[in-house]
Design a protein around this ligand. Structure first.
Ligand SMILES: CC(C)(COP(=O)(O)OP(=O)(O)OC[C@H]1O[C@@H](n2cnc3c(N)ncnc32)[C@H](O)[C@@H]1OP(=O)(O)O)[C@@H](O)C(=O)NCCC(=O)NCCS
Length: 161
């Protein structure tokens, strides 16, 4: 993650935030957030490939006043399980509750599809995400050795039932 700052991105208060399904014209903003958030980011084409897949839930948090994309979540569903495959908030909009709202939204979508459990992987060193998941009722369930690249690192698996 870089220390880049975009001055105009600071969110308006959370009552002006809306969570909605992503559209194709959101992808450039989503990919820009992704690039700043991760050392091994998904490409814009990876996000575009999600559209039309009935097993995918791809939602964004939008500033309802400026229409800026402030964050996004991607979940996918397999039989009775859901996986949070991606989640990020613009680096200038963090600690305003947006990540928690996106996560709650994805968990609600999973429940609607009658998923029995929701799981996700996180880099062991990612203290912010681990704190977020713990605060939303996810429990540590396991470890996948050397799961990530750039840099190679173990993943911790969190589950919410
Ligand atoms: C992880 C991430 C999505 C959190 O988004 P966010 O909008 O800043 O999180 P929220 O404001 O909703 O935080 C909710 C709670 O999570 C915890 N938390 C979030 N960021 C934290 C941090 N940097 N340090 C400690 N706790 C943190 C806190 O308990 C926080 O509640 P509080 O602000 O009342 O203390 C964001 O930091 C991010 O995009 N990081 C880069 C991408 C990433 O790591 N994604 C997850 C991959 S598994």
């Amino acid at each position: 993650m870089t220390e880049a700052r975009v001055g105009s991105m600071r969110p308006t208060p959370s009552r002006h935030l809306s969570i909605r399904l992503a559209r194709r014209d959101d992808v450039d903003e989503v990919a820009a957030i992704e690039k700043r958030a991760f050392s091994d980011p998904w490409s814009a084409n990876s996000f575009r490939a999600l559209f039309g897949n009935p097993l995918v839930h791809f939602a964004i948090a939008e500033d309802a006043v400026t229409a800026n994309v402030l964050g996004y979540v991607v979940a996918w569903f397999v039989v009775d399980e859901a996986e949070i495959a991606n989640l990020a908030v613009s680096d200038d909009a963090r600690r305003a509750g947006i990540g928690a709202r996106l996560l709650d939204h994805a968990v609600a979508a999973a429940k609607q599809r009658t998923a029995r459990m929701v799981y996700l992987e996180v880099r062991e060193s990612n203290a912010a995400a681990r704190a977020l998941y713990a605060s939303r009722g996810f429990a540590l369930a396991g470890r996948r050795a050397k799961y990530y690249r750039k840099p190679v690192e173990d993943a911790l698996v969190f589950v919410r039932i």
